[in-house]
Design a protein around this ligand. Structure first.
Ligand SMILES: Cc1cc2nc3c(=O)[nH]c(=O)nc-3n(C[C@H](O)[C@H](O)[C@H](O)COP(=O)(O)O)c2cc1C
Length: 384
């Protein structure tokens, strides 16, 4: 019989934490155990522990850091605890259907890989490994503007559906160049990140700037552009939306909308979808978790646009809660980055498979045999 964790790792962890009563801990989530292979990881937290053990300080802080005092990073997680799941009994849940269609894409599960730039900092195979992991599990990947590999290389690395994330730039030629590049590579949607009029105060990243820069280096999508790539436009306004419409045939999804007011403007401006996101708590230190923002955005679009959400999703139950509050689908960032840092493409695939199976399990307990069956009645608000 295969033991899930090596005895050595187990003993080391136990000895390193003599204050923890072992039997009690064994009854709880074994977060103290650090898996040595992707398959051993039982949850996202164990992938995180493995990434922390394997990565150097620069790469580790690149992943986990956030704005100011990380209150928004923490709020993203904490917001899930405000909701409880109302389970139902004696429903035939021998089959659970997690499929959803999104912009013509037939997803077998509504969990996307959020755009993350510069993945070479975390793994030498960078986004190629992520694409291979996503393809192994059939999950849609959103490629960032500032990936290490160019979008064509990411496309060639696997078969998973691919979207492109675009940052606004004061240089419209650069934006046109990137849109052409994404379209040429077969990306089917452009996700425009609107939460970056300036860079968040990420002190972890600033402290380890030299180490991170030494590993990062390349930004494939800028290769072939004849000028300095200026990314981030503090002067960008809603005029960006008609400009995008004129300059791409792809559906336009805005990433970073967190209020009902902005959702209404976006709807009136004719965007095709929204992602409720605060960049994983890396931009503004608002202290607001994205799950707290989701209901007002969902209410504002009145069912006319798909609304996705990301930030702090680490469990299938988190995905379930987001769907119950009206999300069409979710994106995850750090969960697959932990997998990538720990075990490369196998770690990415493992992160996705953990989330998939956890979602199916909670759907079975909740008596919801399809995504459409998950709704407001699936949740109860925690009483203070
Ligand atoms: C290291 C790192 C790099 C990121 N790079 C980008 C990026 O290039 N473009 C973007 O729109 N979002 C970027 N994000 C934000 C993610 O797309 C996503 O919104 C966030 O990670 C979701 O929160 P989670 O990590 O808690 O799942 C990045 C996030 C991290 C952790």
């Amino acid at each position: 019989m295969r033991t899930p964790f090596s005895r050595r790792v187990f003993t080391t962890a136990a000895l390193a934490a003599p204050a923890l009563a072992l039997p009690r801990r064994l009854g709880a989530r074994p977060a103290f155990a650090v898996p040595e292979t992707a398959d051993q990881a039982l949850d996202i937290f164990q992938l995180k522990a493995a990434a922390q053990r394997r990565l150097d300080a620069g790469a580790w802080h690149f992943i986990v850091n956030g704005a100011d005092d990380l209150k928004t990073v923490d709020a993203n997680r904490a917001a899930f605890d405000d909701w409880q799941i109302r389970v139902r009994r004696l429903v035939d849940v021998s089959r659970v259907d997690t499929r959803r269609e999104l912009f013509g894409e037939a997803l077998h599960v509504p969990i996307l890989l959020a755009p993350i730039g510069g993945q070479q900092v975390v793994h030498p195979e960078a986004e190629r490994a992520t694409m291979r992991g996503a393809s192994a599990r059939g999950h849609l990947m959103v490629a960032s503007t500032v990936t290490t590999c160019a979008v064509e290389e990411i496309r060639a690395a696997g078969t998973a559906p691919l979207w492109f994330q675009l940052y606004p730039s004061p240089d419209r030629e650069l934006m046109r160049f990137l849109l052409r590049r994404a379209e040429g590579a077969g990306c089917r949607v452009v996700v425009v990140t609107v939460d970056s009029p300036t860079r968040g105060n990420r002190e972890g990243e600033r402290w380890f700037a030299r180490e991170i820069a030494a590993k990062g280096g390349r930004t494939g999508n800028f290769e072939g552009f004849g000028g300095p790539p200026r990314i981030g436009d503090p002067a960008a306004t809603w005029e960006l939306v008609p400009w995008l419409r004129e300059n791409t045939r792809l559906p336009i999804v805005l990433k970073g909308i967190v209020t009902g007011e902005d959702a209404v403007i976006a709807r009136r401006r004719g965007v095709d979808g929204l992602i409720v996101s605060n960049h994983g708590g890396r931009q503004e230190e608002s202290g607001r978790g994205t799950l707290e923002c989701l209901p007002e955005v969902v209410a504002a679009v009145r069912g006319r646009l798909p609304v996705l959400v990301d930030g702090g999703i680490r469990r299938g139950t988190d995905v379930f809660k987001a769907l119950a509050l009206g999300a069409t689908a979710v994106c995850v960032g750090r969960p697959y980055l932990f997998g990538l840092g720990a075990f490369g493409e196998a770690g990415v695939a493992r992160a996705l498979s953990i989330l998939d199976s956890e979602l199916t399990r909670i759907m079975q307990f909740a008596g919801t045999t399809s995504l459409d069956a998950i709704g407001p009645r699936s949740l109860a608000r925690r009483t203070p």
